[in-house]
Ligand binder design. Sequence first.
Ligand code: SAM
Ligand code: SF4
Length: 331
Amino acid sequence: MMKVKAMKDKWGRDIDYLRLSLTDRCNLRCRYCMPEAVDSVGHDAVLRYEEILTVCRAALALGIDRFKITGGEPLVRKGALSFMAVLKALPGIRSVTLTTNGILLKKALPDLIRLGVDGINISLDTLDAGQYAALTGGGSLHTVVQALEAAAAENVNVKVNAVLLKETVPQLLALARLAQDLPVDVRFIELMPIGYGTSLPGLSADEALVRLKGAYPDLKETAERRGNGPASYYASAVLQGRIGFIAANTHAFCRTCNRLRLTSTGFLKPCLCYDDGVDLRALLRSGRPDTEIQALLQQALAEAIEDKPAKHCFAERKEISEHKTMNQIGG
Ligand code: SAM
Ligand code: SF4
């Protein structure tokens, strides 16, 4: 099948990547994401898998061919792996990757490998078991590390994502060490002021880099593009994987933004920072003929691409109009 050329937004960025949130539910309660017992949306409000696939077909027709499965915790939704297998087999798909907290990953790994998952991001902010439990509302570090080791042993493309928090600064080197001991990339992500992200003090990517250079003096930026996103990567002769930084707040993170987001309730978001977007669920459930829905979805996606703002407004917090929490958005 001929590759469809990705659409450019009005800032000249190629938009070829869609994050798909399967659920707002989660089996953890990360303090910066969904710390409380929150009301989850009802099952009827959540897009059915066939509806998400209909959106994905429309996206593929516009050259969006890379998909990230996210949540909440995507692996808590029944049927997530079968859905991913169907998505992965759609004509024109370039990649299907998963972001997970890793709690249910070990059991899911054989199916993920069978369906040909193109990468797994595992969120892990500390390697101190007590701190992990406190940060995640009771998560078991051992379970996540076991899954991480199992995925790396199977040669899955694994990235560890660690949010940069003041309280986990003493863990920076232990986390980076994962890229020394295992063939995995470790990416440090600046805490974003979305949802509960304002409730904790974070650390800048530059501050983290200075500390890491103390342990890895030859750490040097590479021009490699190793994932879907706007991370910059650093290599060292002693590391098997790379150290990555996603400097959402302090660097020109938006210049290379290539993505749209679809929430589990079918809201299509052009930018993380703003509450603007389109309700695709209403369109999907409008009762129109399938061909008409497909054409309208493509039009809505094209408009979302056109409407992508040049950049987020994390620096001017009062302009942030997005009030959903990260588990509702999908990260
Ligand atoms: N539950 C899955 C997980 O934790 O990987 C997928 C969903 S989670 C919302 C996706 C990513 O968003 C995680 O890596 C998480 O650490 C990150 N995240 C959540 N809140 C954040 C915030 N305020 N700033 C930066 N990253 C955040
Ligand atoms: Fe759940 Fe992921 Fe949010 Fe943590 S970051 S509460 S694992 S959705």
